[in-house]
Design a protein around this ligand. Structure first.
Ligand code: NAD
Ligand code: UFG
Length: 334
């Protein structure tokens, strides 16, 4: 089975490529390195012993997409390529709408041309907006998105749903990720954003290695167990395995299926900091700062549908999330 992975050298994409190769899939990657580095391909080879076929280019460009489909008999597509920085999307919304929407539309048009109509898409818990009820379930009405990035995810969900409604041959799985963290056990691939990180775990990692002086905890007056924000952190390797389960079940899908990929357990920011310190025996200094605009108090998944229908469940706990993150960032420092 040949799988085309857009954005396959990125954080979640690279972990998924490793799982795919280790499970006997043939992988073809397209990435333009707008948020990843070519070295990731060497690391994938080091981990798996296989060099996946790679194309450097833009997923908005239908010519390169056609070339890929011509040169490879693709069975299914996993579409990771897109921009994901929430704050930046507020500053430069058109950049986000163009890249995330145009890449998806171009991809689907070319898939249609080549009669490949199986797609797994990276959506996000962000489409639920401010949760009215927890845990979040797939059939809940979607909330108002709070930033252009989130809106692109909601639009793409809609585009893919309309497409599958118009043509029953399309089989679509939308995976709504919660908060992916952690790294591969090899320590070779993980998340190391350029510049100052926006997300909690990469920030903690940089504080732990002394690259940043302290963590700002955005608010300690939420209605949560200790006043700090609660999220459903999921190990990226578990998340990657969720994509394999989705691929296995894609053939049975009629139209669109949506699955939450989370653990169902919410941890607070303080719990994350304390666990990181204890497990890795390192200090993570922090200060309490004002709330960050757009943040919700708590967000966690009901992932029972993925268990029931895909046979998928997250297995790795918080200890593995924080230890693999630390191992990865120490390796990056060398
Ligand atoms: P990432 O930035 O590490 O990976 C995305 C990859 O896509 C990068 O390698 C980038 O270079 C590439 N890319 C971007 N635009 C492209 C284009 N037009 N053509 C070709 N390549 C392009 O991000 P990630 O964390 O691995 O996220 C993967 C997907 O999952 C994204 O769609 C993201 O929105 C979604 N998602 C991520 C999170 C998260 O917290 N990490 C949460 C929910 C959903
Ligand atoms: N936080 C801090 N300090 C920081 C960074 C984050 O206290 O420096 C807190 C936040 O206030 C929040 C928690 O840590 O309570 C998690 O924040 P992240 O920025 O790591 O993650 P978010 O839940 O805000 O959003 C992430 C992705 C989105 C995605 C969403 C899905 O950034 O793209 O998860 O749930 F949509």
């Amino acid at each position: 089975m040949k799988v085309f992975v857009t954005g396959g050298t990125g954080y979640i994409g690279s972990h998924t490529v490793v799982e795919l190769i280790e499970n006997g899939y043939e992988v073809v990657i397209l990435d333009n390195f707008s948020n990843s580095k070519p070295e990731v391909l060497d690391y994938i080879y080091k981990i798996t012993g296989v060099k996946p076929k790679f194309y450097e280019g833009d997923c908005c460009d239908k010519e390169i997409l056609r070339k890929i489909f011509k040169e490879n008999e693709i069975d299914s597509v996993i579409h990771f390529a897109g921009f994901k920085a929430v704050g930046e999307s507020v500053q430069v919304p058109l950049k986000y709408y163009r890249n995330n929407l145009v890449s998806t539309i171009s991809l689907c048009e070319v898939m249609n041309e080549f009669n490949c109509k199986n797609i797994v898409f990276s959506s996000s818990a962000t489409v639920y907006g401010d949760p009215k009820e927890l845990p979040l379930k797939e059939q809940m009405e979607l909330g108002k998105t709070t930033n252009p990035y989130g809106t692109t995810k909601a639009y793409i969900e809609r585009i893919l749903s309309d497409l599958s409604f118009s043509d029953k041959e399309w089989k679509v799985i939308l995976l709504r990720y919660f908060n992916p963290v952690g790294a591969h056990s090899s320590g070779l691939i993980g998340e190391n954003p350029n510049g100052t990180p926006n997300n909690l775990m990469p920030y903690i990692m940089k504080v732990a290695i002394g690259e940043l002086p302290y963590l700002n905890i955005f608010g300690d007056d939420y209605d949560t167990k200790d006043g700090t924000g609660v999220r459903d952190y999921i190990h990226v390797v578990d998340l990657a395995k969720g994509h394999l389960k989705a691929l296995e079940h894609l053939e049975d899908v009629e139209g669109v299926k949506i699955y939450n990929l989370g653990t169902g357990v919410g941890y607070s920011v303080l719990e994350m900091v304390k666990t990181f310190e204890e497990v890795n025996n390192v200090k993570v200094p922090y200060k309490i700062a004002p709330r960050r605009e757009g943040d919700v108090a708590s967000c966690y998944a009901d992932s029972s549908l993925a268990l029931k229908e895909l046979g998928w469940k997250a297995k790795l706990g918080l200890e593995e999330m924080v230890s693999s993150s630390y191992k990865f960032i120490l390796g990056q420092k060398k």
